[in-house]
Design a protein around this ligand. Structure first.
Ligand code: NCD
Length: 311
């Protein structure tokens, strides 16, 4: 595998292989010196055309823990402000001699274009409303640790702004590939125009779905992507679709709560629920580093199945 652009690049076996490798790297991240020489001499560039806190830091931490060199490119302090095209930017970066580009872009498909222009490996760190494959992998990893070894039969509700969510697109595919049953829960205005090909069922009624689920996966209301207001008010949204304290109290005792962040506390998730015992939010972030180490190693490392240094 040269690039990771979509969950489709992996398939069920590919996903499982990354998750297994992530377990080895998770062990590395627990060590006193959480670093292995696996990617010494390789250079990983992050190219972020959109704001990000956790994804960018997570990838850079992952690259550093594999002993790769890292370069970081932020548009606000670059020649993009002077009108440089994506192609010119990519060719300039490539001329420095690099091995991987981690790209986040507001346009769906931008990482696919970049992959056609460069010899480096390209990793999609979120493109428009399209995909965010490493988020899906870290969520599968986190869930497998709690509900594994298999996700077969796990019932997962993905709740909220599905329409604008690249996380939903990648996660539905990945969860379904591992055998989970996924239900999308949202008002009709926050669902995509077509759900053809989505391996999931749909409901507009969160209260009807909650008694039957094992996992509630909440999404942020993406105010920056919504063309016009798609619901009457945030208060109304919370009343019908928020995981409030009252709703959380009605869940089965072992139900898990997830969110990719950044959270709108008090909108899609109550602060008490986000910080409560059912919440995996912080584990998701922590696991992101190990999973991104596994992705970088799979694309750039030697052809052996397991990292010697981590074994
Ligand atoms: C998400 C993203 O940017 O796609 N966040 C993330 O990467 N953890 C989701 C979001 O912005 O709501």
């Amino acid at each position: 595998m040269k690039h990771l652009l979509s969950i489709d690049d992996l398939g069920p076996e590919g996903i499982e292989a990354i998750l297994d490798l992530s377990e080895s790297f998770s062990e590395v991240t627990q060590r006193e010196i959480p670093k292995v020489p696996a990617l010494r001499g390789k250079t990983v560039v992050s190219l972020f055309y959109e704001d990000s806190t956790r994804t960018r830091i997570s990838f850079e931490t992952a690259a550093k823990r594999l002993s790769a060199d890292t370069m970081s490119f932020t548009i606000s302090s670059s020649s993009v402000k002077k009108g440089e095209s994506l192609l010119d930017t990519v060719q300039t970066i490539e001329a420095m001699g690099i091995d991987a580009i981690v790209v986040r872009h507001h346009a769906a498909g931008a990482p696919h274009r970049i992959a056609q222009w460069t010899d480096a490996s390209v990793i999609n760190a979120g493109d428009g409303r399209h995909e965010h494959p490493t988020q899906a992998l870290l969520d599968c990893f986190t869930l497998r640790r709690h509900r594994g070894p298999s996700l077969a039969g796990s019932r997962i509700a993905i709740v909220g702004d599905i329409r604008h969510s690249r996380v939903a697109r990648s996660n539905v595919k990945a969860f379904a590939a591992l055998g989970a049953e996924v239900t999308l829960v949202a008002p009709p205005t926050l669902l995509p125009e077509s759900l053809a090909g989505w391996p999931a069922s749909v409901s507009y009624d969160l209260d009807a779905v909650l008694p039957d689920v094992d996992v509630v996966y909440l999404l942020r209301i993406q105010r920056e992507r919504a063309e016009a207001s798609r619901f009457p008010s945030l208060r109304e949204y919370t009343a019908r679709y928020g995981l409030t304290v009252e709703r959380a109290a009605r869940l089965k005792p072992d139900v898990l709560v997830m969110h990719p962040g950044p959270m709108n506390r008090g909108v899609e998730i109550a602060a008490e629920v986000a910080d409560g015992p059912a919440s995996l939010v912080r584990e998701q972030v922590a696991n992101g580093v190990a999973v991104r180490m596994a992705v970088l190693y799979s694309l750039l490392g030697s052809s052996s199945a397991y990292p010697r240094a981590a074994g």
